[in-house]
Design a protein around this ligand. Structure first.
Ligand SMILES: *Cc1c(COP(=O)(O)O)cnc(C)c1O
Length: 404
């Protein structure tokens, strides 16, 4: 069993009051809080080893480079990538996806098809739309059902030899549904399509094994898994990363530059032009260590309890509907109350110290599907408690009384 009070003490922000009330932070789907060990590691980097990486022969540059590459190795181990050079540092999920779509611009032909799912975050829709506009490829959508689950029969029917890319999130940020990505990857590969998995919402809750999944790309952000903002990872299979052209040109990504011709550096540097977020990359490794010390089995067990408890308690409220009622779910509850705008509930419970997300959660197609303007989303982390859920339920009840 996790000692939640001990874990909470690792997160200085959690002992704050907001609007005179103890903070109840249930907006972990937007970004997670950071433990002291992560905050300290950022300071330590700038106090002790700050220097540019891969460039100088001087001692500090070596220390910074070593720390950066050690962190890359930690990520490699964590996601079980075959090679460290398949792990690219990025500023986040959005950047990672754009890097891949940019590369596919020179691969896709008019009439080729890209399949995205109805459950995607805008950052896994818009770059593919832009790619299709540029190349003449056609965007197709894997539909969902009323429970917020992707319809696998429809997916099977959409696949053909025209399908070149399939992209789907591991876990939906808006509804918390866990998608059957293993099946999707297998089926997509059977028609020769590449698969990109948007793991932004998965990595805070589980440890993905990219070799076991056999996905071609797996992207995520550091800031949702206790790491600093402006950090992220794009995992790509070596063969794909060799095939894709570089995303940005500049320093660090070259082998040799003349005005006639430039040759590109080997992986991973080909995709890491310019000075990266060095501190962030190093400290992402610290965040991963922190999570692994707590243990993803423990995290999942605790979060499952929170999900079950929150679902049960919220459904006590008359007129409350939960969106995303599929069986396979992460610790996210997206809901509305009949006749009340989600924004109004969100504003009132904020006054009571409860931080939730209200709105379309960067997933407008899902809101259109349910014909709603948005939802109230409570997304739980391992540092949350049932007592906090009780506070939220009380606050929502109070807001409902005030608004009806
Ligand atoms: C947060 C999120 C993104 C975007 O991540 P950024 O860190 O903002 O780049 C993409 N997809 C999903 C599923 C997300 O939850």
């Amino acid at each position: 069993m996790l000692d939640i009070q001990k874990i909470r003490a690792d997160f200085p922000i959690l002992s704050q009051t907001v609007n005179g009330k103890p903070l109840v932070y249930f907006d972990n789907g937007a970004t997670s809080q950071k433990p002291q060990i992560v905050i300290d590691a950022i300071e330590k980097y700038y106090q002790e080893i700050n220097a540019n990486i891969h460039r100088g022969v001087h001692t500090l540059s070596q220390l910074a480079t070593d720390a950066y590459e050690i962190s890359r190795g930690k990520v490699q181990q964590h996601i079980n990538a075959k090679f460290a050079h398949e792990v690219l540092f990025t500023p986040g999920t959005t950047h990672g996806i754009n890097l891949v779509t940019n590369g596919f611009a020179s691969i896709l032909k008019p009439g080729d098809e890209v399949l995205v799912s109805a459950l995607e975050h805008h950052s896994n829709i818009v770059p593919w739309q832009m790619l299709c506009e540029k190349t003449g490829a056609v965007l197709k959508v894997i539909p969902m059902n009323e429970d917020g689950e992707l319809i696998m029969d429809a997916f099977d029917a959409l696949l053909s030899e025209k399908t070149k890319v399939v992209t789907v999130n591991h876990i939906s940020n808006a509804l918390g549904i866990i998608n059957p990505i293993k099946y999707i990857i297998e089926k997509a590969h059977a028609v020769g399509a590449a698969v990109l998995i948007d793991g932004a919402q998965a990595v805070p809750h589980l440890k993905p094994d990219v070799q076991e999944l056999d996905c071609d790309f797996y992207v995520f952000s550091g800031h949702k898994m206790c790491g600093p903002t402006g950090t992220g990872i794009l995992y790509g299979k070596e063969a794909w990363l060799n095939k894709l052209p570089p995303y940005q040109g500049g320093g660090e990504m070259i082998k040799e530059v003349t005005f006639e011709k430039t040759t590109y550096a080997d992986l991973p540097h080909k995709f890491e032009a310019g000075t990266p977020n060095i501190a962030g990359g190093i400290v992402l490794g610290t965040a991963i260590d922190y999570l692994n010390n707590i243990g993803f089995d423990n995290i999942q067990k605790h979060e499952e309890e929170l999900l079950e408890y929150a679902t049960k308690r919220l459904l006590e409220i008359e007129g409350l509907r939960i969106y995303g009622t599929g069986k396979n779910k992460a610790s996210v509850v997206s809901f509305n109350i009949d006749g009340i705008h989600p924004y109004d509930i969100g504003s009132i419970i904020d006054k009571l110290g409860i931080a939730v997300r209200t709105g379309h959660h960067c997933a407008q197609p899902i809101m259109n599907f349910f014909c709603i303007p948005g939802t109230i989303r409570a997304s739980f982390s391992f540092y949350n408690t049932k007592e906090e859920i009780d506070l939220m339920v009380d606050a929502v009840k109070k807001a409902k009384t005030m608004l009806s």
